[in-house]
Design a protein around this ligand. Structure first.
Ligand code: TYM
Length: 340
């Protein structure tokens, strides 16, 4: 096992995680991972990044599939450039305390606020005509997420636009702990990428690109091969104008592809639109597909070269310190509540 240098840490702390419900997508990469790697490589932050495996249980999931997702996700984190010596990398369920803080936050939450969450409303609506009951996990999971952030006393949280509402709940709960229970805790701020905070689905660019979309043609997965990427971009929805410019309302499909391009190239939407404006849709789509392939190829090469022991080493490297940070907050909350 690799030995870790001891150091005092007064850097601002950033937390983030991705739910282990499926294969990671280009949306996850652009909205969260890429941003995290930039913060990591600045060496100015104390970063906690985990696989949100407990979150994957909020809707029924096959145990073997979950096991596979967790491994694949950890490997992809590393393949994307998350360095466990700079970023505290872990599996949520391995750190004791996430379920404890979930309960402590549940008792200071209220049903109304949870039922107003967009993701809950969407999923509840999709279930409305079925006899199936809506799993309680779906209603409660924003509290679990708030717990993931508050247990590490985070200053900031890297997320895509779709998670902003959950961050508001997290801040409310932190304030309740602070004001009512006198728990010494920070009110975390969302850190949202300027460009690419919401990558849209390829064939229905009015909805978010999602790893759990039933139509895999809507989503670029980080492990998609070259041919699949070309095909998905080729069949992505544009419009009949055959003119490349950015207009979310009138041209959601084209605008989404410009956003993807600008994000990968690290340039603004304006610069991206300028450099693509003379292309017809065929060439435009080819350019986008090439950029995605260029981005994903080295990630995939690294992914396939990783061994099981590399993953174990990565998640064991900081485990003690992560656990001790979590313990500290649990103790503070217990004291605040009068449990000790
Ligand atoms: P999840 O797993 O849906 O997504 C993980 C991260 O990827 C971002 N993201 C996107 N960004 C841009 N465009 C998209 N199409 C796109 N799809 C996903 C998400 O905003 C998110 O940042 N509940 C969380 C996971 C979580 C978490 C946490 C995050 C659990 N605990 C604590 C931060 C801190 C979720 O389901 O994200």
């Amino acid at each position: 096992m690799v030995k870790k240098p001891k150091m005092k840490n007064k850097k601002e702390r950033i937390v983030t995680g991705i739910t282990a419900t499926g294969k990671l997508t280009l949306g996850n990469y652009i909205g969260a991972i890429k941003n995290l790697i930039e913060y990591q490589n600045s060496n100015n932050y104390d970063i906690y990044m985990f696989v949100a495996d407990l979150h994957a249980l909020s809707l029924p999931i096959d145990p073997d599939e979950l096991r596979k997702n967790i491994k694949e996700q950890l490997s992809l984190y590393i393949a994307c450039g998350i360095d466990y010596k700079k970023t505290k990398l872990f599996k949520q369920s391995e750190i004791i305390g996430h379920s404890d803080i979930f309960y402590y936050l549940t008792v200071i939450s209220n049903e109304g606020q949870l039922k107003r969450m967009t993701q809950y409303k969407d999923k509840a609506q999709k279930n409305a005509n079925k006899t199936e009951q809506i799993p309680l996990g779906l209603l409660m999971y924003p509290i679990l997420m708030a717990g993931d952030i508050l247990i590490y006393n985070a200053d900031g949280v890297i997320v895509g636009q779709d998670q902003k509402q959950h961050l508001e709940l997290t801040r409310d709960l932190a304030e309740r702990l602070l004001k009512k229970y006198k728990v010494d805790i920070k009110i975390p701020n969302p850190i949202i990428a300027k460009e690419g905070a919401k990558i849209m689905a390829l064939k229905t660019p009015t909805k978010k690109m999602s790893k759990s979309d039933k139509d895999i043609g809507e989503t670029i997965f980080l492990l998609d091969d070259e041919e699949t990427i070309r095909k998905k971009i080729k069949t992505s929805l544009t419009d009949s104008e055959n003119k490349v410019y950015y207009d979310i309302e009138k041209k959601p499909g084209v605008s989404n592809l410009i956003t993807i391009y600008s994000s990968i190239k690290n340039i603004s939407i304006k610069e991206a639109s300028e450099s693509l404006k003379d292309e017809n849709y065929k060439n435009f789509k080819e350019i986008i597909a090439n950029e995605i392939i260029k981005l994903l190829k080295p990630i995939q090469d690294k992914y396939f070269s990783l061994k099981e022991k590399d993953i174990d080493e990565a998640i064991n490297y900081n485990k003690k310190e992560i656990q001790s940070t979590a313990n500290e907050m649990i103790e503070k909350i217990k004291k605040g509540f009068g449990l000790n």
